[in-house]
Design a protein around this ligand. Sequence first.
Ligand code: DAH
Length: 356
Amino acid sequence: MQDLKKLEKEAEKAIIEAADEAVLRDVEIKFLGRKGTLTSVLRGLKDLSEKKRRELGPKANTLRVKLETSIGEKRYDLRKKELNARLKKEWIDISRPGIKTAQGHLHPLTASLREITSIFHSLGFDAVVGPEIETEWYNFDALNIPSDHPARDLWDTFWLRQDKKSAIKEKLLLRTHTSPVQIRFMGKNQPPLRIIVPGKVFRNDASDATHDIEFYQVEGLMVDKEISVANFKEIIQVFFEKFFSSGGGSAFSVKGGPASGRGGKEKINIRLRPSFFPFTEPSFEIDLKFPGSKRWLEVAGAGMVHPNVFKNSGLNPKHWRGFAFGFGVDRLCMMKYKISDIRLLHSSDPRFLKQF
Ligand code: DAH
């Protein structure tokens, strides 16, 4: 009995003094653990006489419950204290502005390509693609540009170095324009057809602010029984007005009109100027003049599909008529976003790209 009283005092004191959960855990083990002091007392009960056991048994058990309860309460207190201390230290200022995560965006060229594709799509044109490595036939001959034709000089070409023993006998090159896809597409599809061909082209030329050795073109082709220059002019007018009146914050945007530009007071002036391309007859150059500007800007080449191009694609030129055009996407993108040097578009320089 004496020992039990002493044990109780000792245990209560230790519990009260425990400064943290680890110490409290030690106290718990010391008195109530498998080899704990009180546990030993409880274990020893069975060796006592029945009289002593009846006397001591209930007391020892009551003490166990009491100590368990005290330890539980103390643990709860310690946890609360610790939590309060943490809450005091780690607080969150919910009125503080958050940290902005850097968000990427489309490259202006990609944005332009997508927009061009989407505008032509709304006019019924499907986008198709062709290979960047092209044969001499598709890039030149089939487009009515035989090897002795002086017009070949218009396209400074990267020819591929080829193994003489290779199975490929045709001369290969990096396509200088997207026009070869006209032949490829007409060779496999019957008119009526309306396609555009967005894609990368290559020129073996010195680069400067307006020329680069690789850039993007969009080719257009519409073929049917009765197609005229008038159809072409309408399509191209709608296209340029839509392209330059949306987004971009361009100084050239069409004022006072809806996205189509139609119905506004001012519209983009479009001029077709006679020109020459071996694959079209007649051929023209397309110039644009923006509202408020005095300058005509050359933006595209175009024309009515040459009979030889139909023939080389396996179509009868007596049955079909079409127009074709091709423009440089980089140049349109530069006009729209007011970019002064084409090389910036291909620089991947974040200081440049961040501005869009
Ligand atoms: N392929 C020409 C070039 O790269 C552009 C062009 C002109 C495409 C007239 C056409 C066209 O389809 O009809 O300079």
